[in-house]
Design a protein around this ligand. Structure first.
Ligand code: ZN
Length: 65
């Protein structure tokens, strides 16, 4: 039985790339008219999506206030 080297981390990176390609429903209004963008250039941990329905942006994975 072969031992995989950190398959979870590899899948997480792949999932991150997929999230940047596909449309994510707005966390506030549920609209799908969203586009991916970075909130801060250079900080890749802050994946931000902008919703054109409610004109708000949110950080994916962060809790809404
Ligand atoms: Zn919205």
């Amino acid at each position: 039985m072969p031992t995989a080297l950190h398959p979870a981390a590899d899948e997480r990176d792949r999932a991150g790339e997929e999230a940047r390609k596909k449309t994510i429903p707005c966390a506030r209004c549920g609209g799908t008219n969203t586009t991916f963008r970075y909130f801060n250039h250079g900080d890749l941990r802050k994946d931000t999506h902008k919703c054109h329905d409610c004109n708000r942006a949110w950080v994916v994975g962060a809790k809404l206030r």
